[in-house]
Design a protein around this ligand. Structure first.
Ligand SMILES: Cc1ncc(COP(=O)(O)O)c(C=O)c1O
Ligand SMILES: NCCCCNCC[C@H](N)C(=O)O
Length: 366
């Protein structure tokens, strides 16, 4: 059966390659690894993922609930700001809760006394090349930075979370940044039981020095006598998913243009936010086309790519690396058909796990 486009295609074998690296990191370093649901929350593949990871981390009450109900294992709850109405439920669902500020800790620590409690630290240094995704940007609201102020509330917490990397596949840089974090916060680390180093570390990238990374994590863990956590989003699912599309029209306006049955803004929003190009493989050949989305946004462009043949209506194309921050951000802009979700199982068979209809579009509004 030919599955109609558009659809996100998650390849479990490709996903398993990342998961095996995660399992290696857990075994060699002793770190616990939690999936960051903000990046990827397609629960139909959690059956595979939970065998290789310790649980989930979250950025909202709904993610806490999804992690608890669909993934299991350890459920870590974090939010930039918990609301009064959320805290009881978050605490009931989670194994540990992380507060973003001393103010939130002060308000909610008593109501969270039955589970582990942590505080987010902001070391004012990061590896992010994107201002919008830089947790250490000037005036950042993400975490506390004052050692003295944090020392004063240590009796209310047993751990810290620091997230200050972004797509960092450079181990030396990770090592250097962690060294600076230790200089700043080392005295605090000695006084807690766990430290989460957040996400954004691309240790599943080809050629990443996994052993050196694990030794570094282990040294850190031994130096402070803490359980280390990692919170990968992208690193867990990178290169596992494509967005399958079909060419609907071609035009020429100084360049060859091809319009496909999906949209950057609705289905791969990060391309617009971070002003990046999508990827097509192998992107080689004499025919260059600008691939455009079908929304009305003038800048709805996936990128310019090379093809071996002229593109014609009905051609199918695979947009690469479409798993992270895509399905969790998809939206109904322009009422464009939302891509289905299809899984390529380990035996190669395809399973369409979700289709979206007009009723879904309609029920997303009122
Ligand atoms: C606290 C925290 N943990 C983990 C992640 C996951 O990051 P990545 O998908 O880059 O690995 C993020 C990203 O926003 C985050 O803010
Ligand atoms: N591919 C463009 C960069 C994406 C960066 N990911 C952003 C999320 C991240 N976890 C963060 O905001 O820290």
């Amino acid at each position: 059966m030919t599955i109609p486009t558009p659809y996100y295609l998650i390849d479990k074998s490709a996903l398993r390659r990342n998961l095996e690296k995660i399992a290696e990191v857990r075994a060699l370093s002793g770190a616990k690894v939690l999936l960051a649901l903000k990046c990827f929350a397609t629960w139909s593949v959690f059956d595979l993922m939970r065998d290789y990871m310790d649980g989930t981390t979250s950025s909202s009450l709904f993610e806490v609930k999804l992690g608890r109900e669909r993934f299991g294992g350890e459920t870590q709850a974090y939010s930039v700001a918990w609301a009064d109405a959320e805290i009881e439920q978050a605490v009931a669902l989670a194994d540990k809760i992380i507060f973003n500020s001393i103010g939130q800790l002060g308000r909610f620590a008593d109501r969270a006394s039955g589970i582990a409690r942590g505080l987010r630290l902001n070391p004012k240094i990061s590896s992010s090349g994107f201002d919008i995704a830089d947790p250490a940007r000037p005036y950042s609201r993400l975490g506390e930075h004052d050692v003295q102020a944090v020392s004063a509330v240590l009796d209310r917490i047993d751990g810290f979370m620091i997230h200050n990397h972004c797509e960092n596949s450079d181990f030396e840089r990770f090592d250097r940044v962690l060294g600076i974090v230790e200089e700043r916060f080392g005295t605090l680390f000695h006084r807690v039981r766990w430290v989460s180093l957040g996400g954004g570390i691309h240790f599943t990238a080809d050629g990443y020095p996994i052993e050196a990374f694990c030794q570094r994590l282990k040294r850190f863990s031994e130096r402070y006598d803490v359980q280390v956590y990692l919170e990968p989003g992208e690193a867990a699912i990178t290169r596992s998913t494509t967005l399958e599309v079909t060419v609907l029209d071609t035009l020429f306006n100084g360049k060859n243009l091809a319009i496909v049955d999906a949209s950057t803004e609705a289905h791969m929003l990060d391309l617009l936010i971070y002003r990046q190009s999508a990827r097509i493989a192998p992107n080689r050949g004499p025919h260059e086309y600008m691939l455009c989305g079908k929304s009305c946004l003038a800048g709805d462009v996936f990128g310019t790519f090379e093809f071996p043949n002229r593109l014609t209506v009905g051609d199918r194309l695979s947009i690469q690396d479409a798993g992270g921050y895509t399905m969790v951000k998809k939206n109904w802009f322009n009422g464009v058909q939302m891509p289905a979700i299809v899984i390529r199982e380990l035996d190669g068979s395809l399973r369409r796990v979700r289709e979206f209809t007009f009723a879904d579009y309609q029920s997303s509004l009122s």
